[in-house]
Design a binder for this molecule. Structure first.
Ligand code: GLY
Ligand code: MN
Ligand code: MN
Length: 439
C-alpha cells in the first residue's frame, strides 16, 4: 500500500502546530555496530519513520514555517558504486524527489550550506531532545556558525524546543491506516501464540519454543520481534524480563511467553501463560483464573473518558480480593492496596501505550492527573502474579504457590464507544488453551 499521502498529512499536521519563524530538525537513526564491523539490522528512528516512512540512513528532515508559508526539505545521499555493489542502491535525490513527499530534496553534500540558510532568521529550533549527543552538537555547531556571521547580518535562533512534545502527542492517537498495521502485527502474533501452544511439550528447550514464534513472524512478513521474546518455563516466569530462554521446559510447569512481532514498524505485545504438558494443575488454575478475571475486568472498563490509572485500580481490586480469598494475603483489602502489600506478587503497572514503539510515546499524566483515554489510543493490559521461590521461600506462603508465574497481556484499541481487543485471537481461557493443546 502507498502510505505517501499519510506521511504528507502527518507533516502538515505537525506544521499546523508549529509557531511561525520556527524550524524543526530531525535526523535518521545511525546504523549500530553489533560486533567488530557488522551491524544490527537497521531500524529507523521511530519519529523519523512516523513522519516520512523512509528507512535509509543519512537523512535529514527540515520543516520550516514562516509567515510566508511552510516547506519540508529532505537531505539525502546518492549511492556510490561501492555502496551499490555491497549493500544495494539508495533512493537518492532523484528517487526521493519522485515520491513528491517533500517541498524540496537536496543532496547531503549541500547540507551545511543550505542548513545555515534555512536556520537564518528562524526564532526557534525544534528537535528531538536526547536523540544523540552528536546530533545536539551538530545543531549547536550550526547555531554557532550563524552567530559568528552576525556582523554580516545573520541572525540565529535563540530558543530550543523539544519536537517530541508535539510528535509524541500526535503518535498517541492512532490514525486508521496505523490501526490496520497494528491489527496485522497483532494477528500474526496471535497466530504465533497458537502455533507455539500446539508445539509445546515437556523436554523442549525454551529457545526452541521461541523459534516457533520467530518462524511465524518471518513467514508472515514481520521481520523482527517487537522486543526480545521472553520464554520462561516454571520459575523463570517469575523473572519479569527473563530473556535467556535457555532452559528445558519441564512437565507440570507453566511457561510464560511474552512475544509479539513488529510489522512495518508497528508493534504487538502479547503474553500468554500455558501448561507445558497441556493441563493446568489445581494451584496453577487458581492463580490463572484470578489473573484472567482481573485482566478481563480491567479491559472491560476501557472506553473514552476512563483514566489510565483506573485500569490498574480495577486490576488491584480484583487481584487483591482473589489473593485474600486464596489466603495468600490477610486482613483489610483497602489497607493492602494503600500500603502496596500486594507487591511481592504483583510489582508492575497494568500496561503502557503501544504503537511504533512497543512502549509507545505519549504522556500518562496531564496536569498531574492520570490521562483520560480517548479514541485512537492503543494500550496493553497485562496484569500478572508471580511467586518466586528465590524471593518468597522464607515467608509464610503455602509452598504450593511457589514457582508459579502468570501474566496475560492483550492490546486494546480505544474506540468511540468503548474498545476493541486487537489480540483476542490468542486463546486465553483455560478451556480454550487446554482444548488447543490437546489437539
Ligand atoms: N513486552 C514488554 C512489555 O510487556 O512491556
Ligand atoms: Mn507490555
Ligand atoms: Mn509484553
Amino acid at each position: 500500500m502507498d502510505y505517501t499521502k499519510h506521511y504528507i498529512a502527518r507533516v502538515q499536521k505537525l506544521i499546523d502546530q508549529l509557531p511561525t519563524e520556527s524550524v524543526l530538525l530531525l535526523k535518521s537513526a545511525e546504523a549500530k555496530i553489533r560486533s567488530n564491523d557488522t551491524e544490527y539490522g537497521y531500524r529507523q528512528n521511530s519519529d523519523f519513520y512516523y513522519l516520512t516512512g523512509l528507512e535509509e540512513t543519512d537523512l535529514f528532515l527540515v520543516i520550516k514555517k514562516t509567515s510566508a508559508g511552510a516547506e519540508s526539505i529532505l537531505f539525502c545521499k546518492d549511492s556510490d558504486t561501492m555502496e551499490i555493489q555491497w549493500v544495494g542502491p539508495r533512493l537518492g535525490v532523484e528517487g526521493m524527489k519522485q515520491t513528491k513527499q517533500f517541498t524540496d530534496v537536496f543532496s547531503l553534500d549541500a547540507l551545511t550550506f543550505k542548513m545555515l540558510a534555512l536556520l537564518q532568521g528562524a526564532k526557534q529550533i525544534y528537535f528531538d531532545f536526547g536523540a544523540s549527543p552528536s546530533w545536539h552538537k551538530q545543531i549547536m555547531d550550526w547555531i554557532n556558525t550563524l552567530k559568528s556571521k552576525n556582523r554580516k547580518g545573520a541572525t540565529s535562533p535563540d530558543t530550543l524546543k523539544d519536537a517530541r512534545k508535539i510528535l509524541h502527542e500526535m503518535r498517541l492517537f492512532k490514525q486508521p491506516e496505523e490501526i490496520v498495521l497494528l491489527q496485522k502485527a497483532a494477528d500474526i502474533s496471535c497466530q504465533a501464540h497458537i502455533r507455539a501452544m500446539q508445539k509445546t511439550k515437556p523436554g523442549m528447550m525454551e529457545y526452541a519454543l521461541e523459534a516457533e514464534y520467530i518462524h511465524e513472524f518471518y513467514a508472515q512478513g514481520a521481520r523482527s520481534p517487537a522486543y526480545t521474546s521472553i520464554v520462561g518455563g516454571g520459575e523463570n516466569a517469575c523473572i519479569l524480563h527473563y530473556v535467556n530462554n535457555n532452559k528445558k521446559l519441564v512437565d507440570k510447569d507453566l511457561v510464560l511467553v511474552d512475544a509479539a512481532c513488529e510489522y512495518q514498524y508497528y508493534c504487538a505485545d502479547i503474553t500468554r501463560t500455558f501448561p507445558v504438558n497441556g493441563q493446568f494443575s489445581a494451584p496453577q488454575q487458581a492463580i490463572y483464573e484470578l489473573v484472567l478475571a482481573a485482566q478481563v475486568a480491567a479491559i472491560n472498563i476501557i472506553k473514552p473518558g476512563v483514566a489510565f490509572s483506573d485500569i490498574q485500580d480495577k486490576v488491584l481490586d480484583i487481584m487483591v480480593q482473589g489473593l485474600l480469598d486464596l489466603k495468600i494475603l490477610q486482613d483489610d483489602k483497602q489497607g493492602i492496596i494503600q500500603k502496596n502489600l500486594y507487591q511481592p506478587f504483583y510489582m508492575h503497572n497494568s500496561g503502557h501505550w503501544l504503537g511504533i514503539d512497543v512502549h509507545d510515546t505519549g504522556e500518562y499524566k496531564v496536569d498531574n492527573q492520570s490521562r483520560k483515554l480517548a479514541p485512537g489510543m492503543v494500550l496493553t493490559v497485562e496484569p500478572g502474579l508471580y511467586f518466586s521461590s528465590l524471593l518468597l521461600k522464607n515467608t509464610h506462603l503455602d509452598p504450593k504457590w511457589l514457582g508459579i508465574g502468570i501474566r496475560i497481556e492483550d492490546d486494546i484499541l480505544v474506540t468511540e464507544l468503548g474498545h476493541k481487543n486487537l489480540t483476542e485471537a490468542a486463546p486465553k481461557t483455560i478451556s480454550d488453551i487446554q482444548h488447543l493443546m490437546s489437539q
